[in-house]
Design a protein around this ligand. Structure first.
Ligand SMILES: Cc1cc2nc3c(=O)[nH]c(=O)nc-3n(C[C@H](O)[C@H](O)[C@H](O)COP(=O)(O)O)c2cc1C
Length: 137
C-alpha cells in the first residue's frame, strides 16, 4: 500500500524543553491512532518535520500543525505519494539536529528559503539511515 509523505519547515516560537516535550508527547500519543509515523528535527532556530501515513490523515495533521502558534513561517517542501515509509518504527522520532543539517548561520542566511525538496528529503534519509543501520545499534 502506498504512503503519503509531507515535509515542512518552520521557526520555533517560544522554544524551550517544556514546549518541545509537550509537542513530542502529543505527537507520540496521537500519531499511532491515525497511522502516522515520522520524524521531527528540532533546534531553537528551526523545525523540520516529516509525516507519513494515509493521505487524508497526513493532510489533517498538517493542517492542525500549521495552525499551531508554537511556530511560525510554516513552509511545505514535499507532499507526495511514496512506495514505503522512512520511519515506520517511530510514532515521531526526535532528533536535536546539532550539526548535520544547515548551520545556524546558513539558517540566518536564508537556507530554508533556498532549499529544495531533494535537500530536505536527503536530511531525513540520512536520519533514517543513521537510525536503522546495523552498526548504529
Ligand atoms: C513543531 C510541531 C510538531 C507537531 N507534531 C505533531 C504531530 O506529529 N502529531 C500531532 O498530532 N500533533 C503535532 N503537533 C501538535 C499540533 O500542532 C496540535 O497542537 C495538536 O494536534 C492538537 O490539535 P487540536 O488542539 O486542534 O486538537 C505539533 C506541533 C508543533 C508545533
Amino acid at each position: 500500500m502506498s504512503v503519503y509523505r509531507a515535509i515542512y519547515t518552520s521557526r520555533p516560537f517560544g522554544f524551550d524543553s517544556g514546549t518541545l516535550n509537550s509537542i513530542l508527547v502529543h505527537a507520540q500519543r496521537t500519531n499511532p491512532s491515525v497511522g502516522i509515523t515520522g520524524a521531527l528535527i528540532c533546534r531553537e532556530d528551526v523545525y523540520l518535520q516529516l509525516l507519513e501515513g494515509p493521505e487524508d490523515e497526513v493532510r489533517k495533521a498538517m493542517e492542525r500543525i500549521r495552525r499551531d502558534d508554537r511556530h511560525v513561517e510554516f513552509r511545505i517542501h514535499v507532499e507526495k505519494t511514496v512506495p514505503e515509509r522512512m520511519f515506520g518504527k517511530w510514532a515521531m522520532l526526535h532528533d536535536p539536529a546539532a550539526t548535520w543539517i544547515w548551520s545556524r548561520e546558513e539558517v540566518r542566511n536564508d537556507a530554508i528559503e533556498r532549499t529544495t525538496a531533494a535537500e530536505v528529503e536527503g536530511f531525513f534519509q540520512k536520519l533514517s539511515d543513521r537510525n536503522t543501520s546495523p552498526d548504529m545499534t
